[in-house]
Design a protein around this ligand. Sequence first.
Ligand code: BG6
Length: 503
Amino acid sequence: MTADNPLLEGLEVERRAPPCVLVVFGASGDLSSRKLGPALEALADNRQLPLAFSVVGVARTEMSDDDFRRRMLQVVKKPSAAWERLVAGFRYVTGDYTCPETFEQLRRVLDEVDEERGTAGNRVYYLATVPEVFAGVASSLGEHGLNQPKREGAFVRLVVEKPFGRDLQSSHQLDETLHESFREDQLYRIDHYLGKETVQNVLALRFANSIFEPIWNRRYIDHVQITVAESLGVGHRGGFYERAGALRDIVQNHVLQVLGLTLMEPPATVDAKGIRDEKVKALRAIDILRPEEVATEVVRAQYEAGWAEGEMVRGYREEEGVAPDSRTETYVAMKVRVDNWRWAGVPFYVRTGKCLPKRVTEVAMQFHGVPHLPFASGAAQGLEPNALVLRIQPDEGITLRFGAKVPGQAFEVRSVSMDFSYGAAFLEETPEAYERLLLDAMVGDPTLFIRADEVEQAWVVVEPLLNAWAADEAPLARYPAGTWGPREADRLLESDGRRWRSP
Ligand code: BG6
């Protein structure tokens, strides 16, 4: 596999993209320079892109090929030689997505690239634009025949960024439009959380070990807490966020994906069908809230001014692009029930928010207490129930909390932690989520992408919340920036005799 690239000689690489062109719509945007560019640079450095590879950027911003190349070099502080070589072959098409000429020009450029770089007619289109134009771009690709392989054996794929619609109906419509030009197996819907190594490790932990799976159920687990906390506010994305809110931005996708992996049954095989079939089955087992339950089982809130990371930060309503009377939630806490044999009676408490005390994502499985504590009264005061915490980010690893005797003459028991840390256990570097996912899309492995039925079911789960909030039928709480959310979220657990962990 090293024949076409002298740089690869003598080097064994794990996985490598086939010859292809990555066409990035929205190439002048934020995602392109913040995530896609650096991910491609890392792939180039790791020798995972062939010489027969190119990027064609498409956007409305006027740019020449050279401007685009300069921009792509600037995505990293110090571009490597491998990256400079690749970037020299990148192309750019300036154009409006509604103009047929844009797609005619794109076709010409793609033909030239195939000729010059030997990219064999293989295409991966990437929609990194605002979501409003997803459907239009996909249809135009279809109308211009760019959805079809140019020659036998070539592949054409379309990568779609989230959000996949704004609700069940619009996501359905989007899918219908996408399916007019692309088959489901050509569609790669990205949820970058699935590209995170530690999210994938949920599968390894559960299905590569014999000690965890037997206790991964209602008999041993009292409840589960999933936290996706961010310390930053909405920054300059106020305008976008006003239309999204935490439910659409994080819960419908990232939280439900992590939840799905935690809930699912062991798949027969760890491949696209095996994983996605089980995940969608798990999502279907989630109890859908009745409208009147939204106010009692879910808390939505918005941050007010407060101290975060040592700085005074302004409240959400004072952010740029945000309405002074905005009702958009920046925090959601929710109790999820799952109706199946494994999980009946085990509540899953999930929470996410902006401007919380720290950036941390974790899944904490909290076990039942022992049936009887055979110690003198007071001996186990420092003992908490056992917990297994999957630390997804930033301090990637796994913690097991259990009781141990405190050294000394008295018999006293206290909770201690046994820690596994990714950084300490492995020398290998962890690839960024986008690196993994871009390569998967080029290689044609859809395992870590979301299938249409999963997207749809995730909307079904959040739909009652969207409806209740649109009708303003549930209160909107407030929390000072830099705190763990509103009191109402604490009460959600207190009413079940539980409390949030402090991550
Ligand atoms: C994105 C959201 O999908 O995920 C952002 O749109 C959020 O609002 C981001 O900040 C969080 O991703 P990560 O990888 O930093 O946890």
